[in-house]
Write a new protein. Structure first.
Length: 59
């Protein structure tokens, strides 16, 4: 597992590599309680997450 800074000072990413060498990346927002803001799977598909004004996951 690797932890490194993304482009913003208030966010970070965690990169996990499986035994086959494929990486999964999860991005978190420090300013808003370390909630998940994006993730990619081992195939490189990226998904972003949005939250409503109360902090709940929006569809």
């Amino acid at each position: 597992m690797d932890t490194y800074r993304a482009g913003r000072a208030d966010a970070h990413q965690v990169k996990v590599t499986d035994p086959a060498g494929k990486a999964m990346v999860h991005g978190f927002d420090h300013e808003r309680g370390d909630r998940l803001i994006h993730k990619s799977d081992a195939n490189g598909d990226l998904r972003y997450f949005r939250y409503d004004t109360r902090g709940f996951l929006a569809r």
